[in-house]
Design a protein around this ligand. Structure first.
Ligand code: ZN
Length: 118
């Protein structure tokens, strides 16, 4: 005599239509939670399905949100870098203008200084 021992885990489900309790293999439940396909009550043949988001869908959604957030901050960083470059260019312009005016002022003082010193 040969004895075969099978270990299968079942999840107990209760029918939405008639309340009948029945077991479903956990692999079947996992697949139905992910693909949202219908299955039927063995007693009343009422259709049922898992409509809640699966673990994979939740992870994909979280990844999508994180990617959008990362994209936003990447674009924002590029914008800020551009603004900083612009402000640096403006500062260089003012610095050049200040040097130019200082030279003009020194030239004017030199002419005036020459008259004052002499
Ligand atoms: Zn039923």
């Amino acid at each position: 005599m040969t004895t075969i021992v099978l270990a299968t885990t079942y999840e107990v489900e209760d029918c939405l239509h008639c309340g009948f309790l029945f077991g479903l293999p956990e692999g079947f439940v996992r697949r139905r939670r992910r693909d949202h396909k219908s299955f039927y009550c063995p007693s009343c043949q009422g259709g049922m399905r898992y409509s809640a988001k699966s673990d994979i869908e939740l992870v994909r959604e979280k990844l999508r949100r994180k990617t959008e957030c990362c994209d936003f901050y990447t674009k924002r960083t590029a914008t800020l870098v551009g603004e900083v470059e612009h402000e640096r260019a403006v500062a260089r312009g003012y610095k050049g203008l200040a040097v130019k005016r200082q030279k003009a002022l020194q030239a004017a003082k030199g002419e005036n200084g020459a008259t004052h010193e002499s």
